[in-house]
Design a protein around this ligand. Sequence first.
Ligand code: TEU
Ligand code: CA
Length: 540
Amino acid sequence: MKWWQNAVVYQIYPRSFQDSNGDGIGDIQGIISRLDYLQELGIDAVWLSPVYASPNDDNGYDISNYQAIHPDYGTMADMDELIEKARDRNIRIVMDLVVNHTSDEHQWFIEAKKGKDSPYRDYYIWRDPVAGGVPNNLTSAFSGSAWTLDENSGQYYLHLFSSKQPDLNWENEQVRREVYDMMNFWLDKGIGGFRMDVIDLIGKVPDKEITADGPKLHDYIQEMHQETLKGRDVMTVGETWSATPETARLYSHPDREELSMIFQFEHILLEEEPDKSKWDIKDLDLVEWKKVLTKWQVELTADGWNSLFWNNHDTPRVVSRWGNDTTYRKESAKLFAILLHHMRGTPYIFQGEEIGMTNRVIQSVDEVDDIESRNMYYERLEKGYSEEELLHLINVRGRDNARTPIQWDDSKHAGFTEETPWLPVQPNHVEVNVKQALEDKESVFYTYQKLIRLRKENPILVRGDFKLLLPAHPTVFAYERQFEGERWLVCGNISSEPQEISLSESGEADVMIVSNYSRAAVDLKAIQLKPYEAFSIKLK
Ligand code: TEU
Ligand code: CA
């Protein structure tokens, strides 16, 4: 058993976590000032989104120096202090590794742009025009072509994200060497590991328009493991939008010496029209959703490891997306916590999820920060979409939803900052905030705290088998965990309508473990579930 197999990881988006110097931007000293809170919650590791030098075109996922801290966030001394003070609380700091691309303001790209004979030219991917235009049909995740013309050389360079995020050429051994040296710089500082940004893209073959899962992808990851991770007690989680349980085994089988686990997104992608974009939305079919979650629970058991998450800095907040962020905000936030934290895998909590923070509603594109939303808005406005339609898309799917400042208390800027925050604080911070949550024994916070503690105290959660119940029920997600004769039943009504179900095949209920309605007992033959009611119970 590795430490990260019964750990719970907390994702911090530093810009929005806690400001300490009154510039309206979250920073590392702000995180240090909140370590006691994270220790109180009980988490074991922090995934820290990028704090490196960056022009912030993509809020830090466009890095101009991997071994320097952006002044917005502080200094390298602050970073060393964070790693040390977190370790004093048995909290590891997992850094974000963004090596599919750099910023166009990285020294390597500045050199590469100087001309075709630059020693750094082949750090990136350059192609001559074809028929006077872009080399092929590859497109950017942030709208438009993935190719931008460099006037100076008359060649195009590849960027699967913004034109200020040129893709690194992983075929070039020098690039790989530079990345491994940088990784060892951070690992030697005693960080807990890496979250690896779009790592499934580094094996791309642009001339064949192959982006994810390229032919050399696992060769590169295995080489990376040997050159940096081998022999270190660290965790790695790859962000792999293309993953299936089959490929997840390739990344996470312990004998393959690649990664500890990956983030798979199949349950997230169910709301998108197949082979289109995140903005081509379709309704969620909960039966399909349960089937996908079950597939990942049962197909990765023996020879791989799962991550478990509902949201992150790229996705809308779970209580608004799938729950009910008005009448049943607390109940549905607790329901999703109960359903996730009883599953097999390493759970991730996105900052603010533990107090049931909600999406942010905007009325105008002028309020939008995120490049992905802005580019989509203007591209689709050109194509004739209405402003109202596009604002709706941003309100339900935009990444700013997750990036509003953490609501620490009911003061003017929610205790996040004394000045004007870089992104407005949500109006509902007056009632949804950490201070209130810590004072309210029935708050979402204490449900998360209990679930985190349960994972430490009960091997069934870490090692037990998973069995889906009521597969065809349209709104109830129920499953059993079984380990060495012990059986737990977990059940949640993902709807605002009461439901009556029978789970008599699970036998006799024993003691209640967790409930979001303070339920004391359950008669498995006939269970009346309240709106968004969830519970877990031991079975005899
Ligand atoms: O995200 C990869 C990615 O594909 C998502 O941005 C996706 O396009 C969409 O935003 C989610 O629906 C990673 C980082 O998490 C993201 O913040 C960066 O913008 C991106 O890579 C580029 O580094
Ligand atoms: Ca600050």
